[in-house]
Design a protein around this ligand. Structure first.
Ligand code: DAH
Length: 360
């Protein structure tokens, strides 16, 4: 006959020795499973005489209860130990600083931000955005814009020329955004109202000039667009861009081959204390060139100057960015120095709009 005391000692010590839930489950199956040692004992009760059963029954049932109880208690202990282990493994020091998310660490370059700002302002006035390639034909960069062959104005632009192709044609890195005027007038019908932001190139480098810089061109063509409209648009732009209520502008006669008459525009400012402010002061600062589109330019685009007319302007984006955000030197704009970008850059989610404010 099985020695119940021995079996009990064996089983309890196995329960005690089980190191994890899987080991404990194996002990449970070996004792209380279908073919377990205790289950087999229980099965023998049926074949016993009533006297035997009276004596052995409580002992075997008692053994079962004891083993079951020990397994349950061990299970709890193991679960607690597992929880403890997990808690200490996943411990978090809540006093540590929160790491910055990529979208709050990244910065938008001031040029990109200023292009967004001026696009928001002109979009509000009904302008759409047009673009053209940086590598441009000599024809679109100069000839179509009424620069005669050999005209000194071509030299004024310090042009970067590409090596001539097999036909002897020399492409250029566009010296201004004005060729996109031609691209627009030959691909769209008036009324036209576009701004053209983009990269431009000239052989020039000092504190306020870099070989690659940015311009934004404006072009309005319809039946009666005139200088008064242009002055209003430019004034509204300056007020919105520099975020001032009043701005005085001065239109000085000038020359561009593609406009007649042509003007350069200065805005009033104060330079007191080395800091430039708009809407006050007695100084002037040049910010753009403009004029009525030359009839030859209209003709070069297949438009009839007796039917349509319009105006255009070109403005240095880098220049107005430096002015607005007080950046004294242009060269670091293109040096990709993260320290500079951290200082002068914008948060990616500060998207300029006229409703929420250009700069928050
Ligand atoms: N393209 C000129 C420049 O780069 C700027 C300019 C002047 C553009 C007058 C225009 C304009 O559209 O009408 O110096």
């Amino acid at each position: 006959m099985t020695d119940l005391n021995q079996l009990e000692r064996d089983l309890l010590s196995q329960v005690d020795a089980a190191g994890d839930e899987a080991a404990l489950e194996a002990v449970r199956v070996s004792a209380l499973g279908k073919k377990g040692s205790v289950s087999e004992l229980l099965k023998t009760l049926g074949a016993m005489t009533p006297e035997e059963r009276k004596e052995r029954g409580p002992l075997i049932n008692g053994l079962r209860d004891k083993v079951q109880g020990a397994i349950l208690a061990k299970k709890e202990t193991l679960a607690e130990a597992a929880l403890e282990a997990r808690l200490s493994a996943e411990r978090i020091d809540v006093t540590l600083p929160v790491p910055e998310a990529p979208e709050s660490r990244g910065r938008i370059h001031p040029i990109s931000q200023v292009i967004e700002e001026l696009t928001a302002i002109f979009a509000d006035m009904g302008f759409s955005v047009a673009e053209g390639p940086d590598i441009e034909t000599d024809y679109l960069n100069f000839t179509a814009l009424n620069f005669p062959e050999g005209h000194p104005a071509r030299e004024m632009h310090d042009t970067f020329f590409l090596a001539p192709d097999e036909k002897g044609e020399r492409k250029v890195l566009r010296t201004h955004t004005s060729p996109v005027q031609i691209r627009t007038m030959t691909s769209q019908k008036p009324p036209i109202r576009v701004i053209i932001p983009g990269r431009t190139y000239r052989h020039d480098s000092d504190q306020t000039h870099t070989p690659m810089f940015h311009q934004v061109e404006g072009l309005v063509i319809d039946r009666q667009a005139n200088i008064a409209h242009m002055k209003w648009i430019l004034e509204e732009f300056c007020k919105a861009f520099f975020e001032v209520d009043q701005v005085k502008m001065r239109f000085r006669p000038s020359f561009f081959p593609f406009t007649e008459p042509s003007a350069e525009v200065d805005i009033q400012c104060s330079r007191k204390g080395g800091e430039i402010r708009f809407g006050e002061g007695t100084d002037w600062l040049e910010i753009l060139g403009c004029g009525m589109v030359h009839p030859n330019v209209l003709r070069n685009c297949g438009l009839d100057p007796d039917e349509v007319q319009g105006f255009a302007w070109g403005m240095g984006i880098d220049r107005i960015a430096m002015l607005k955000y007080g950046m004294p030197d242009l060269r670091p704009f293109f040096e990709a120095d993260v320290r500079w970008l951290n200082h002068y850059g914008f948060r990616p989610l500060d998207i300029p709009s006229l409703v929420s404010g250009l700069t928050s």
